[in-house]
Design a binder for this molecule. Structure first.
Ligand code: HEM
Length: 329
């Protein structure tokens, strides 16, 4: 039987439980229920298809529907990523895992399939890797897709998080990607700008991506301050990370983040993103979409599953933003 306890109940009482209080402790929490029937959706799609034919949308191949299993996965992830109205430690690990699966080669699931998760540079993501591996084996979805879907879901789950369009259909690989490519928290901005440029990211993209540290904690960079957050509102997706990092006001700042805040190529975007969450959101979303496709060769065959994320469409998202953010001033 699938459902069984995976972690010893004593863990809950251990002192480390504090730092992981919102984290997964049982495998059943990651059990994905059977997909609901999609008949109704199909009927609506057919009706709209007829209208498309009449009013000129005809002739185009209908976009393939996102498999229903992603909606089921989405509800399982929400249980893990949302706690007390904030995003949880599991959500942070998921956001980070998208970067760590893609940036050292390709978004190919090797973080889990080649057990890269046990490498030093991936410390802190071991539980997430185990949990996502379980979900993938229960639902038969691709691991590379699941990592990117979970990251987009986690960003969206953090209050204020934008919708990152997410597609599925990547090829999985159990061949490990290169070690030592992922940057450390002690890297300097000049090296980081060069490293990201090699992968096709501008300093503006880099400054936008690093804003993911709005929802981050550190454990291993300075173990004496394990569990410290990289901004004062770690459970929400806001742009305080930028102003707090620039002013040295965050609970903890990684040396690499400090260096980026001060480098002439990234300091400008830091100031702009601190002033406008709307500007940061759109820069972040487009850089994340680009990152989620690194090394993916069959881009044209992927299926859009953005609709399976919580909160619905991008349009609704934009309308819920404040006026200044909507105008992207
Ligand atoms: C300049 C490149 C980057 C560097 C040097 C960097 C470095 C780090 C370091 C050192 C940590 C803390 C690890 C620890 O001590 O436990 C961390 C955490 C984190 N990073 Fe980054 N990172 C970078 C880019 C990114 C990107 C592109 C994303 C996602 C889009 C990301 C998302 C996160 C998240 C969410 C955490 C928190 C993980 C947790 O709390 O479990 N980082 N990063």
């Amino acid at each position: 039987m699938y459902i069984r306890n995976v972690l010893i109940s004593g863990l809950a009482a251990a002192s480390t439980a504090q730092a992981y209080s919102n984290y997964t402790i049982r495998e059943e929490d990651w059990t994905v229920p059977a997909p609901a029937p999609v008949q109704e959706k199909r009927t609506l799609a057919k009706i709209f298809g007829i209208f498309d034919g009449i009013f000129g949308g005809g002739g185009k191949e209908p976009a393939q529907e996102c498999p229903a299993v992603w909606t089921q996965i989405s509800s399982t992830l929400t249980q893990q990523f949302l706690g007390d109205g904030q995003c949880t430690d599991a959500a942070r690990a998921a956001i980070r895992s998208s970067f760590h699966d893609c940036f050292n080669g390709a978004c190919d699931g090797s973080l889990i399939l080649a057990n890269e998760c046990s490498n030093n540079e991936n410390r802190g993501m071991e539980r997430l890797c185990g949990n996502l591996a379980n979900v993938a084996s229960q639902t038969k979805v691709g691991v590379a897709d699941l990592i990117q879907f979970a990251a987009a879901h986690a960003v969206k789950t953090c209050p204020g998080g934008p919708t990152i369009p997410v597609k599925v259909g990547r090829k999985d690989s159990s061949e490990a990607n290169a070690l030592g490519v992922l940057p450390s928290g002690h890297a300097n901005a000049k090296d980081l700008v060069g490293l990201f440029a090699q992968k096709g990211f501008s300093p503006y993209d880099l400054a936008a991506l690093i804003g993911a540290h709005t929802a981050a904690k550190q454990r291993f960079t300075d173990p004496s301050k394990a569990g410290s957050a990289l901004d004062s509102t770690v459970g929400t997706w806001d742009n305080k990370y930028y102003s707090e990092t620039m002013r040295g006001r965050a609970p903890f700042t990684l040396p690499s983040d400090k260096s980026l805040a001060q480098n002439p190529l990234t300091a400008g975007p830091f100031i702009a993103f601190a002033a406008s969450k709307g500007m940061w959101d759109s820069a972040f979303v487009s850089a994340m979409v680009k990152m989620s496709m690194l090394g993916v060769e069959n881009k044209g065959d992927l299926i859009d599953c953005t609709s399976a994320l919580p909160g619905g469409s991008k349009k609704r998202d934009v309308r819920s933003r404040n006026l200044f953010d909507r105008l992207k001033w």
